[in-house]
Write a protein that binds this ligand. Structure first.
Ligand SMILES: Cc1cc2nc3c(=O)[nH]c(=O)nc-3n(C[C@H](O)[C@H](O)[C@H](O)COP(=O)(O)O)c2cc1C
Length: 345
């Protein structure tokens, strides 16, 4: 009833209410489904299960503990920028109900790195892996400096770090993927890491709208500069013909069911090109355990979800973990790692 109500009010208000509820309902969320068949790892990071929360839901790292209690195997907070910013004018999130999708043009609304750090450090680190997704401020004169600044300030406490170069809602951000800036950014980030005592994992989040040639270039650059993996992918600026909803032509990034096919095509291409040399995190249009299984089989070791949260109940991550375990068992796997990429080898 309560969730039904949330789905019918303004999406941004409903998001605030859901964050507030998770802050207070945390103690009622205890029964997390666990099964060894789902255990996996990324270097020395270990995951109870491969289902992560995608960036953008817990932008300010306010409800990490509750999200683990919902069943997520990892949580990616952010995107956080050096200084707090309001983002684009409202309204800026639109539910495409008939299409089970969302269009958003939030524009990195967040509390800034100082408050973010205070929030993030209140997490219970035993509950699971928590990553930080970083990006530049809209008004920044030098995007690369912004990444380096945040990277330095969160390095000690983030389990892994995501470089977000693919949000469509910060002007010129996506260009980084296709210019010399990507070499400079990844080179500088890796050099900074090499100067640290511990070597944390770094991943790059790409868009779903580039050409195969672009992805090949990105792969070359990240491998040269020792970036550990790719998140495939962010929201899309494309608008498939089949969209029915009135909001389909709102500007911003499309996510949810309508981008599943495209996301899987990009994932399959990158997976074939890299043959297990890069860690791939599959994101885009996951609604059921079968969708996760599909991404695993075409090369994702981990997955993330955002939009489907809007259309489901709180128990849905636990349910997907159970269903995924059954899929793997039925196909004769004893652990999820054995299924990664079997369709692209
Ligand atoms: C409302 C909203 C806000 C988002 N904010 C961010 C963000 O701040 N940083 C980011 O990297 N991705 C952001 N995303 C993209 C998601 O992390 C994810 O890549 C995308 O939605 C595809 O997954 P999905 O189909 O499961 O939603 C956002 C998505 C939505 C719907």
């Amino acid at each position: 009833m309560f969730l039904k109500l949330l789905r019918n009010i303004d999406p941004e208000t409903s998001h605030h209410i859901s964050i507030l509820s998770l802050k207070h309902l945390s103690r009622f969320l205890e029964k997390v489904y666990k099964n060894k068949i789902l255990n996996t790892n990324f270097g020395n990071l270990t995951f109870d299960n491969p289902i992560g929360l995608a960036a953008g839901y817990d932008k300010n790292a306010e409800v990490i503990n509750s999200l683990f209690k919902m069943g997520f195997g990892f949580v990616e907070c952010g995107t956080v920028t050096p200084v707090a910013q309001y983002g684009n004018p409202k309204p800026r999130i639109f539910r495409l109900k008939e299409d089970r999708g969302i269009v958003n043009r939030l524009g990195f609304n967040n509390c800034g790195i100082e408050q973010f750090s205070r929030n993030f450090n209140q997490r219970n680190a035993h509950l699971g892996v928590a990553g930080v997704n970083i990006g530049p401020n809209k008004e920044s004169k030098n995007f690369i400096d912004d990444y380096l600044k945040i990277y330095n300030s969160i390095y000690e406490y983030a389990d892994y770090i995501t470089l977000n170069v693919s949000s469509p809602n910060t002007k010129n951000l996506r260009d980084i993927q296709r210019t010399e800036d990507l070499s400079v950014l990844t080179y500088e980030i890796n050099s900074l890491r090499e100067s640290k005592e511990t070597q944390k994992k770094i991943v790059l989040k790409v868009d779903p709208d580039s050409s195969e040639e672009d992805y090949s270039k990105i792969i070359n650059i990240v491998q040269k500069n020792k970036i550990d993996g790719l998140i495939v992918n962010n929201t899309s600026i494309s608008r498939p013909e089949f969209l029915k909803s009135d909001y389909k032509n709102e500007g911003g990034g499309l996510s949810g069911a309508p981008i599943k096919r495209k996301s899987n095509e990009v994932l399959r291409f990158i997976s074939k090109e890299t043959q297990g040399e890069l860690m791939l995190i599959g994101v885009g249009g996951i609604e059921r355990a079968q969708d996760i299984y599909e991404k695993i089989k075409i090369g994702a070791s981990l997955v993330q979800i955002y939009s489907a949260l809007t259309y489901n109940n709180l128990g849905f991550i636990n349910e997907m973990n159970q269903e995924l375990s059954i899929c793997l068992k039925n196909d004769g796997f004893s652990n999820i790692k054995e299924a990664v990429g079997i369709e692209v080898k």
